[in-house]
Write a protein that binds this ligand. Structure first.
Ligand code: AKB
Length: 319
């Protein structure tokens, strides 16, 4: 039985991954942590306040709880990172080094750390980006993720720390609101559609980006973490692909359920970030090594989100 610590558990990915880990390992064996308490919490759920930059506090929790797996999700994303690049670098890098050091010194058996398609830049091929390619990211978030990937491989190679990673595309979930990303429009748009508003999109028509529905992201993460160590040939971070669409295509998918929905385009500074990223990802290595396969099309994801988000909104979530 594993004892799991999730760092950054209140975030969009963190909240859903923590639920999945609780189902897998049992509520008592999963400790969620974040810099502040979650807005809602089940009484049985275990939670610790943890600043990911506080190495001593991190070590205390790991030792007190006998933690064997850490999922380190806390990060400043691409759009927020451009507003405060030095802080983004500090949080993203120092917190990762704290966790890797804990892996080495406290002998944690497995670590998960997310990378991102933000490691790619304008020199990267646009279509079906291979696992190994030119990166040259232009955002501080992308630079920190690319450096982080190298640190992960370094800890594996030199000290055998079993750290595993995925280059997530833009993640789309309906259970919580995203914060600070460039791909966030693909979450906001469903909220606006259900509120009966016109959506003002901060990316322009024709901006294709790699995206993934949250259940696929959770599935990929659990599958990677369950894979035998000798099947993991990539110790930087795996390309994982699922969807690739532009704003007008997600709007058209929504209109199948809400025909009166309208979108308008008002690109801002995030357009430049989106333009520096690829359109689609070649994930054949992940398929070969640990059997990755996505399940959701744009239409299937949209159907699922519209039904479930409508219920959440009627129940007063996000009010
Ligand atoms: C962002 O937009 O910054 C993130 C990412 C692609 O990692 N969603």
């Amino acid at each position: 039985m594993e004892k799991v610590l999730v760092i950054g558990a209140n975030g969009q990915l963190g909240s859903e991954l923590t639920d999945a880990l609780r189902k897998k390992w049992g509520t008592a064996n999963v400790i969620a942590s974040d810099i502040r308490l979650p807005q809602q919490q089940e009484t049985d759920n275990r939670f610790e306040i943890l600043d990911a930059l506080d190495k001593a506090a991190l070590y205390r929790i790991i030792e007190k709880e006998g933690i064997s797996q850490v999922y380190h999700l806390a990060a400043v994303l691409s759009a927020s990172g451009e507003k405060n690049p030095h802080f983004a670098w500090k949080l993203n890098m120092e917190s990762l080094l704290n966790v890797l050091e804990a892996g080495r010194e406290l002998k944690i058996s497995k670590i998960f750390w997310p990378s991102s398609i933000a490691i790619f830049g304008p020199d990267t091929p646009k279509q079906q980006v291979p696992q190994l390619t030119i990166c040259n990211p232009t955002t501080i978030y992308g630079i920190s993720k690319l450096a982080g990937e190298q640190w992960c491989e370094y800890y594996w190679r030199n000290w055998g720390v079993d750290v595993r990673s995925l280059r997530y595309p833009g993640l789309i979930g309906y259970k919580s609101l995203p914060g600070g990303g460039t791909t966030d429009y693909a979450v906001d748009i469903y909220h606006k559609a259900l509120e009966g508003d016109t959506y003002s999109c901060f990316l322009q028509k024709g901006t294709y980006l790699p995206m993934m529905y949250m259940p696929d992201a959770i599935q990929a993460t659990l599958q990677l973490m369950d894979a035998p160590a000798n099947s993991i040939s990539v110790r930087t971070s795996y390309n994982v692909g699922a969807l690739s669409f532009a704003p007008e295509e997600i709007a058209a998918a929504i209109r199948k359920y809400i025909p009166e929905f309208r979108i308008q385009y008002q690109p801002d500074f995030r357009q430049k970030i989106a333009d520096s990223w690829p359109d689609s990802i070649d994930d054949s290595q992940a398929k070969k090594d640990w059997g990755w396969q996505s399940s959701y099309s744009l239409d299937r994801m949209t159907a699922d989100i519209i039904v479930n988000l409508k219920v959440l909104k009627e129940e007063g979530h996000f009010a």
